[in-house]
Design a protein around this ligand. Sequence first.
Ligand code: NAI
Length: 307
Amino acid sequence: HLSTTPSAREGKIERLTVFGAGLMGAGIAQVGAQSGLKVVLSDVTDKALENGLNIIQKSLARVAKKKSPDDIEGFTSKILKNIETTTDAGKAVEQSDLVIEAIIESIKVKRDLFGFLDSKAKSDCIFATNTSSLSVTEIAESCSKERQEKFAGLHFFNPVPAMKLVEIIRTSQTSTSTYEALKEVTLRMNKSPVTCNDTPGFIVNRLLVPYLLESIRMVERGDATPEDIDTAMELGAGYPMGPFKLLDFVGLDTTSYISQGWRDKAEAGQISKELVQPIELLDKLVKEGKLGRKSGEGFYKVSHMIE
Ligand code: NAI
């Protein structure tokens, strides 16, 4: 059920609605609730909402162990009180100051959702998408001109409670006051925001993905082993995790999928073609079901993988 207490004072974001109770949405709802926001978490089924609340409960218990070891129950229930759930998308946004969408990575499904929410949310409610690979501008275009000024990307990283970075993506329509409000609320969520234009991969993935792909090419050419490349980048470049450990962590299928998507963007001149040339070794591993941690084997077998 949804409560009906007053909402934002002087434009400050106090009520957050998160769509998608999966891995990312649950994490975003959790950090929102931990920072004192009133959160509504919405998904299409009660089962998905239950799954989201389970993710949050487990994660909060881990936080509580460190922060409040004598009162784990009290700590988690206090934060959980800030989270309500509903499968009714319209009701979920009625009082919302900020909507963050973290549903499946489909342009059509995201556009349908935002198009629907546009007429349900308050006119000053800010809309944000957590998309990793789609154009924020194209998603925003499902909404009215006025809402497009209040639309941006808010790109969190997995696992959300642990990763400090949030990329704020400004489209050409995003207003300065929208941007400032998003910056302020991410700081309140104890995150470190950075800003980027609406370009493929934003900052982190734009630099990270070509680097990961080039590492695979090095192995394919027989120039060095995955183990030696990982050691080299950890000890020589100071990276906390070498590229192959990271590839296994992210998932080879996900990396291949991003690279494929960027080949289409390369055709449109948004990114250089050389960076995203197909790689036989990557395609072969994905075909064999060697996807990384999630399948038990990628470049490494699971027993060698980092926790
Ligand atoms: P997930 O598959 O864990 O969760 C997606 C959730 O959205 C599911 O619970 C599903 O039932 C729900 N959903 C689907 N359609 C819906 C709709 N119309 N309305 C409400 N809920 C709906 O996915 P995950 O990994 O949490 O990703 C979500 C978004 O976050 C995607 O856009 C993804 O690209 C982005 N992202 C993912 C990262 C990752 O590492 N997994 C990192 C950063 C962004």
